[in-house]
Design a protein around this ligand. Sequence first.
Ligand code: XMP
Length: 488
Amino acid sequence: MSDHFRKKVHYEDIIATFDDILIQPGYTNFEPNDVDISSKLGSYRFNLPIMTAAMDTVTEEIMAIKMALLGGLGVLHRNCSYERQLEMVRIVKRTRSFIIVDVATITPDDPITNAKFMMENYNISGLVVVNDENKVCGILTKRDMPYSENDIKNGKVKEYMTKNVISIEPGASREEALNKLFKHRIEKLPVIENGRLKGLITKKDLAPEFPLASMDEDGHLICALALSPKFPESLRAQNMLKEIDKYVDIFFIDVADFYKIADIEGTKKLMNLLESDFVLGNIGTYEAAEYIISQCDFAEDKFIGLKVGMGSGSICTTSIQTGVGAPTLFATAQVADAIKDYKSELSLIADGGFKNPGDIPKALTAGADLIMSGHFFAGCTESPGYIDTLQGQKVKVYRGMGSKEARTSGFISDRYIEGSKILAEGISAYIPYVGDLDGVILSLKEGLINGMVYAGARKIEAMKNVKIGVITPFGRQEVRTHDLMGKY
Ligand code: XMP
């Protein structure tokens, strides 16, 4: 080896990927049912340590809601206007809560067409009817809506609403609400104080249908949104962000490479403007994490995690185009070391590059607390976009946020090197349709739990101490199916 190389490449700089390692089996004194896969990020605990990527072919409101209901987190993408982002975060936050505070209302003199529009476009099955003083006059549900086109066109809300509103007072318990809903065989219970609307309780939100759901203290789903690190100069944009902030719990700074002074400075200003927590990223090295944790003075209470991985996403071409990259396993191990050295309460999210369920436990052994993937989820029913057919197989479109197609929208160009217009850093492709998210999560969960059983780790934290080994090219061949004559 030349002197030049010897000085530059050290053992810790070997850029290993998921396929380069295997977890060594460990001693196990528990059963699969005893395995606890919950993991923490800041003050939140997730029963499923899995997130869906902030990409426009992966996570919009439907995916975010479903992921949170299943115990994980869907990070809403930012390749759209602030108005659309606001709409998405409101829908996610409104979905499941013991008491909905931000109730959809309508006035008695509104035309029925307005009610129909709201129900159809905001996924609401009933509206509380209030007057100018926010006093409740009635309730209008889908069941009250007229059938005939003529009635819909000419009717007023007051002609069809139910005037005798069964309600409950603020402070009522879950049981009291459930009893009242059951007694009157109704689905919605407005919360009323001195005649004024204070909230709404729905039967759907009270049912313990999703016991693992990721919820905030008020019983709302946890909501996360990707955010550019560029501080918006216009007051209007700042005000929009503040409005969005009301519904968001965690902002994920969303750039390909966060180890950049302009992005760090922009993020600090954003942290001053906004109240929610922040995950910063992506980064890929010990030095980047060390600098961000120890030199940048980020607001201690809001900085809750680092997201790592650069160039190893299934749709990424950054490393091919630029020669620079930090594949997720390498990035995770590097940043985990820095977190241990400087701020052990920070959480680490390993982002991208996951091909097989077994890559998830591998990321955890390298030091990740949670993982993020687009690839596993872009083909689900819940991802945005239509199901198409390609050579007889059902497919959906999955595109990198650095692809030509995604970047031409204009909202996401600052995710990569600013001013670079010609060089795409991602591709747009078809991915097999894999059905509902529940099924995908089930198999990922099983892979993870069984991996932890083999490794002898009962908790995610314990995975960090599990032994791994580097596998040789021959070993890699051997651990895959081999020497067979096609599929039977
Ligand atoms: P997977 O492997 O799940 O990776 O497809 C998803 C992650 O990849 C990042 N991402 C990109 N990286 N060019 C890149 O270099 C892109 O166009 C691109 N789009 C997404 C992102 O971190 C995501 O979570």
